[in-house]
Design a binder for this molecule. Structure first.
Ligand code: URA
Length: 235
C-alpha cells in the first residue's frame, strides 16, 4: 500500500495532508525517515511511525458529527493557544477533522479515524454540497442574491456559482441559505465581502445528505450507517 494511503487509513490525516507530513520528514518506515512520496509499505510487516509514534490500522472506524460552536479552532493544537474542537470530544481513539470551519463559524463538521473517508468527503473532484445559513445585518436585496448565485468577482477572478435562497428578514437581520460544492478557504465570507456585506453568523447545516438536525451546540453524535454510506456510494 502507498505510504500516504496507509497513514491516512491509520487516521493520521487525509491523504493529501499525509503527503505534506511525509515531505516534512515526520514519518519513518522501519526506523528510517522517508521524505519521498510514492513509497510503498507492507502493512503486515513494516513499522511506520509518525512523529516518533508507531501508527497502526484502526480495528474499528469511528465517525462522528459535531455541532461546532463559534470560538473553537479546527486543529489539533492551535498556535495561538485557542480552544480547539478536540476539547469538545471525548474519545479514546485519535480522531481527525474532516475539512475545516473558520474559528467564528459554527455548525456541522465530521470527525473520524478513517483518513480515507476524510479524503473522499473533502476531495474537490466529488463536489459534495455544503449548505450554510448566513445571517447578515439589514435587508438583503434580490439583486445581491443574484450576484452571489452567478459567482462574485474577487480581484478579477470569478468565484464559483452558489445556490442562494432567501430565508427570512426579521426587521433587523436577513437569513439566507447558501449551497456550495467547493471548499475554498473562507469561501462564503469572501463571497459576502465581495458584495460589501459582512456576515454576522455563519452556520453549516448540511454536508451532502447529512444534516445538523437537532444536534446541540458543542455536542457530538455517531453518524448512522446510511450517513456514512452516502459518501462512499456517491463517488
Ligand atoms: N466558508 C467560510 O467562509 N467559512 C467557513 O467556515 C466555511 C465556509
Amino acid at each position: 500500500m502507498r505510504l500516504n494511503k496507509f497513514l491516512s487509513a491509520c487516521g493520521v490525516a487525509s491523504r493529501r495532508k499525509c503527503d505534506e507530513i511525509i515531505l516534512s520528514g515526520q514519518v519513518s518506515v522501519n526506523g528510517k525517515v522517508v521524505t519521498e512520496l510514492g513509497v510503498s509499505v507492507n502493512e503486515k510487516k513494516d513499522v511506520v511511525a509518525f512523529d516518533g509514534k508507531v501508527v497502526t490500522l484502526p480495528k474499528q472506524f469511528v465517525y462522528l458529527k459535531l455541532n461546532k460552536p463559534k470560538g473553537y479552532a479546527c486543529t489539533k493544537s492551535d498556535e495561538k493557544g485557542r480552544k480547539t474542537i478536540f476539547d469538545l470530544v471525548e474519545s479514546n481513539v485519535r480522531l481527525i477533522n474532516v475539512g475545516r470551519l473558520d474559528y467564528d463559524t459554527e455548525g456541522l463538521i465530521f470527525l473520524t479515524n478513517d483518513g480515507e473517508f476524510a479524503n473522499l468527503v473533502t476531495h474537490p473532484k466529488f463536489h459534495f454540497e455544503k449548505e450554510y445559513q448566513v445571517t447578515v445585518e439589514g435587508e438583503m436585496k434580490e439583486s445581491e442574491l443574484a450576484v452571489l448565485r452567478a459567482g462574485v468577482v474577487e480581484n478579477g477572478v470569478r468565484m464559483p456559482k452558489a445556490k442562494v435562497k432567501f430565508l427570512s428578514f426579521d426587521g433587523k437581520f436577513t437569513k439566507v441559505s447558501v449551497v456550495i460544492d467547493e471548499g475554498q478557504n473562507h469561501q462564503v465570507r469572501r463571497m459576502f465581502d465581495c458584495i460589501g456585506r459582512s456576515i454576522r453568523l455563519l452556520k453549516r447545516v448540511r454536508i451532502g445528505a447529512v444534516t445538523l438536525g437537532g444536534l446541540t451546540r458543542g455536542k457530538t453524535k455517531p453518524m448512522t450507517e446510511e450517513e456514512i454510506a452516502f459518501f462512499k456510494e456517491n463517488v
